[in-house]
Design a protein around this ligand. Sequence first.
Ligand SMILES: NC(=O)N[C@@H](O)C(=O)O
Length: 164
Amino acid sequence: MLNVNPLSEQSFRPFGKVLRTPERPPDGSSEAHNYWDRELEWTGSTSVNYLAIKQRDLLLSQMERHRDTREMLLLLQGTCYLAVAPAGVLAADKIAVFELKPGDAVCLDAGVWHDLPFSRQDSAAFLVIYKDGTAQHDLELVPLPATEAIAGALSGAESNLLGA
Ligand SMILES: NC(=O)N[C@@H](O)C(=O)O
């Protein structure tokens, strides 16, 4: 059973960065705004993609990675669970699951394992930003040795499966 962690900069650090209001002084400000420049260095051709997530059972059976790009996930609507594991050899015992709420933005380091997010309601929507062509040329998808249930509000099917 994979427990769900609240999202924090510290807890997410092994997987990438959580983008929140920076603690450092803004690079520009006025009566109307504060601006922080270059929160992430980003070079090369980039695509901005729309990802609509459909609700599915909280059962993690695969993970994917993109070796050659970081991946920014900006949650536009819906609460989600995001399963991640450190880059390198995929170790099932290193998988962590985080709860993402609307407005949360995380940037996965290149090669960090993840699965498509799990929506906690009928649907959810993200902007996904990474190197152009990633979905076509840099998407490695692998099955897990065993399906892992994510601890959350189990659906009927999940309860039956787990004998809950
Ligand atoms: N499978 C797939 O499309 N994955 C990307 O959208 C992604 O890394 O979120």
